[in-house]
Design a protein around this ligand. Structure first.
Ligand SMILES: NC(=O)c1ccc[n+]([C@@H]2O[C@H](COP(=O)([O-])OP(=O)(O)OC[C@H]3O[C@@H](n4cnc5c(N)ncnc54)[C@H](OP(=O)(O)O)[C@@H]3O)[C@@H](O)[C@H]2O)c1
Length: 279
C-alpha cells in the first residue's frame, strides 16, 4: 500500500553507513523506500519498518539492477529519486594494486553507478521527472596521498554527473552530487581494501607513516549528517548541483578551490607526511 506522500526513493548500498541512515530518514519522513543491498537478508532493521521494500541489488550485476527497478515499480508504482550510494575504497601504493583490483574498484564505484543510472533513466524520462543523486566525495575534488585508485573513481563520478546534468534538464530530471568529507562508517573497515604486493618494499617508509592516518575517519561526522544533506538535496526543489556533506567538507573544498596547489599540498603534507619521531 502506498503512503500519504506517495513518493518513492531507491537507494543502493543500504546495508550500513550512509545508505542505511538515508533509508531511515526518508522512511521517517513518509517516503516509500526501496532499500537495496547485496545481501538483503542481513538487514532485518530496515525490513521491519513500514513502507520499506528490501531488494537484492549488486551494482556490478546488471540483471539485479533491472530486477530491483522492476520490483520497486511493481510495488510502489513509480520511482521519484535514485541514490547511487554503493561504493568502497581501494587505497595504498598504486604499484601495489593489481589491474584486477583497479577494475573491480571502477566496476563498483563508476560502472556500477552508471549501470543503475542507465536502468532508471527511461523511467524518469517517461515521467518527465526524477532526481538522480550520486554520492561522490570531497575526494572527487581534492586528493590525499595513497588514495589514487579511489580518487580516480570519485573524480569520474563528479565529471559524469556534472556533464549528465546538462542533457537531463530538458526532461525535468535533476542531478545532485553529494560530497561527503570523512564520515564514521564501515568505509574505514570492511569497505576499505589496502593494496599489497609482496616484495615491493621501496614505499614502506612512506606508507608506514601515512597509511595509518588514512585508515580512520578521525574527526569525521556520523552518517546521519550526510543522510540529512541527501534528504535536503532531494526535497529542496532546486537545481543546485553540489552538496558538501559533513566531515568539514565545505571548509576543505573551499580551501581546495581558492588555495594554489603548492599551498594546499603543503597543508596535506603537514597533516599526513610527518616524519616518525626520533627514538
Ligand atoms: N565514509 C566516508 O568517509 C565517505 C566519504 C566520502 C564518500 N563516501 C562514499 O559514501 C558511500 C557509502 O559509503 P559508507 O561510508 O556508508 O560506507 P559503508 O558503510 O561501508 O557502506 C558501503 C555500502 O556499499 C555497499 N556496496 C559495496 N559494493 C557494492 C556492490 N557491488 N553492490 C551494491 N552495494 C555495494 C556495501 O554493501 P555490502 O554490505 O554488501 O558490502 C555497503 O552497503 C560510498 O560510495 C563511499 O565512497 C564515504
Amino acid at each position: 500500500m502506498a503512503n500519504q506522500l506517495n513518493k518513492t526513493i531507491l537507494i543502493t548500498g543500504t546495508s550500513s553507513g550512509i545508505g542505511l541512515e538515508t533509508a531511515k530518514i526518508f522512511q521517517n519522513q513518509g517516503w516509500n523506500v526501496v532499500a537495496t543491498m547485496r545481501n538483503p537478508d542481513q538487514n532485518s532493521e530496515l525490513a521491519k519498518l513500514p513502507n520499506i521494500l528490501c531488494l537484492p541489488l549488486d551494482v556490478t550485476q546488471t540483471q539485479t539492477i533491472q530486477t530491483a527497478i522492476d520490483g520497486a515499480i511493481a510495488r510502489f508504482g513509480t520511482i521519484d529519486a535514485l541514490v547511487n550510494n554503493a561504493g568502497y575504497g581501494l587505497i595504498g601504493v598504486f604499484e601495489a594494486c593489481s589491474p584486477e583490483e583497479i577494475e573491480r574498484q571502477f566496476a563498483t564505484n563508476v560502472f556500477g553507478l552508471m549501470a543503475v543510472t542507465r536502468g532508471i533513466l527511461p523511467h524518469f524520462r517517461d515521467r518527465k521527472q526524477g532526481i538522480l543523486v550520486n554520492i561522490a566525495s570531497i575526494g572527487g575534488k581534492m586528493v590525499l596521498p595513497l588514495y589514487s585508485p579511489y580518487h580516480s573513481t570519485k573524480w569520474a563520478v563528479e565529471g559524469f554527473s556534472e556533464s549528465l546534468h546538462f542533457e537531463l534538464k530538458q526532461f525535468n530530471i535533476k542531478v545532485k552530487i553529494i560530497e561527503p568529507g570523512p564520515i564514521k562508517t564501515d568505509f574505514y573497515g570492511r569497505s576499505m581494501t589496502v593494496s599489497q604486493k609482496p616484495g615491493l618494499t621501496d614505499y614502506d617508509d612512506y606508507s608506514n607513516r601515512v597509511l595509518p592516518q588514512l585508515q580512520q575517519a578521525g574527526a569525521g561526522s556520523p552518517p546521519s549528517v550526510t543522510a540529512k544533506v541527501i534528504y535536503r538535496a532531494v526535497t529542496d526543489g532546486s537545481w543546485k548541483l553540489r552538496y558538501p556533506a559533513g566531515g568539514n567538507a565545505s571548509l576543505l573544498l573551499t580551501l581546495r578551490k581558492f588555495l594554489p596547489d603548492v599551498l594546499f599540498h603543503s597543508i596535506i603534507k603537514a597533516g599526513l607526511e610527518r616524519e616518525a619521531a626520533p627514538r
